[in-house]
Design a protein around this ligand. Structure first.
Ligand code: 7PM
Length: 279
């Protein structure tokens, strides 16, 4: 049993877990308005929890390729009301998808259980803020910035580069007092990578697991799936599930997805098969 603590909750990471994506960017709810969008976020969170999500990942910054940065105040205004409302109503682990120190600190006070940073705590003050919360962190690899990362990404040695970067970030996190056992790694699918880069990284998931870390994968509905299948974003579920199933077999244990129920069912079946040794 590999139990990891996320604030006041614990999870057995020998089992697969689904992290449901909750975007609280203004463009994610068409009806507009602060109150309406909070209501819509709560309904979406409730549905994902009924469907078996272990985490709700709340993000207020669009890291879509080419996206502009949001101001700190804007991000606080989007994320904190959702963290507070979900923490009050539901018994779940709240993950905050943020690179901003104040968002980390304030979210932790309101009950968040995980800091999920696509910039691996690179922003000024982020390592110290994350350490101060005492929460686990997910360190993700990104090459470049959301603005420029998809402009012909290239690597000398993809796997070595990503591994070296993540281990550097682990060392910096540990030096600030974050325990090794509190660190999740994520290869950062779609963040400065071509289709072949993404596919290769997924194929090498075991290598990151073998470093002694739990691995989180975020491939849901991404361009990688669209490139392979030639389908728009609303038709990428089956392809997403194929990618996630493949990495489950290579040791990934947390799957960040839009479509919770299909993944919970798929992972339950895969887990049962993988754990069946003695008939
Ligand atoms: C628009 C386009 C909004 C793309 C958001 C995105 C990951 C993540 C994201 C990931 C971890 C998405 C991305 N992706 N956090 N946050 N790993 N740990 O497609 O792959 O969801 S944002």
């Amino acid at each position: 049993m590999s139990v990891m603590k996320f604030g006041d909750k614990s999870l057995d990471l020998s089992l697969p877990h689904v992290m449901g994506i909750l975007n609280v960017t203004p463009d994610s709810f068409s009806d507009g308005g602060q109150h309406n969008s909070l209501e819509a976020a709560l309904r979406q969170a409730e549905k994902m929890l009924e469907d078996g999500a272990s985490f709700i990942d709340i993000g207020g910054e669009s890291t879509r390729p080419g996206a502009a940065e949001v101001s700190e105040q804007e991000e606080l205004d989007r994320v904190l009301p959702a963290v507070e409302a979900i923490a009050q109503r539901f018994d779940t682990i709240i993950s905050v998808d943020t690179s901003t120190p104040s968002v980390m600190l304030e979210s932790a006070k309101l009950g968040a259980g995980l800091i999920n940073d696509v910039r691996a705590l690179e922003r000024d003050g982020a390592v110290a803020a994350a350490a101060q919360t005492g929460l686990p962190v997910c360190l993700m690899h990104m090459r470049g910035t959301p603005k420029d990362m998809q402009q012909s990404p290239s690597y000398d040695a993809l796997i070595e580069d990503v591994e070296q970067y993540l281990l550097e970030r682990v060392a910096i996190a540990e030096a600030a007092g974050i325990q090794r056992e509190q660190i999740l790694l994520d290869p950062g699918i779609g963040f400065g990578k071509s289709l072949v880069h993404n596919a290769t990284l997924l194929n090498y998931t075991q290598r990151f697991v073998d470093l002694g870390f739990e691995v989180l994968i975020g491939v849901s509905r991404k361009t990688m799936i669209g490139d392979i299948l030639g389908v728009p974003v609303d038709q990428r579920l089956y392809g997403t599930m194929g990618a996630n199933a493949s990495t489950y077999l290579k040791g990934a244990r947390i799957f960040r997805v839009h479509d919770v129920k299909p993944h919970v069912d798929m992972l339950k079946v895969m887990h049962q098969i993988e754990e069946s040794r003695n008939a």
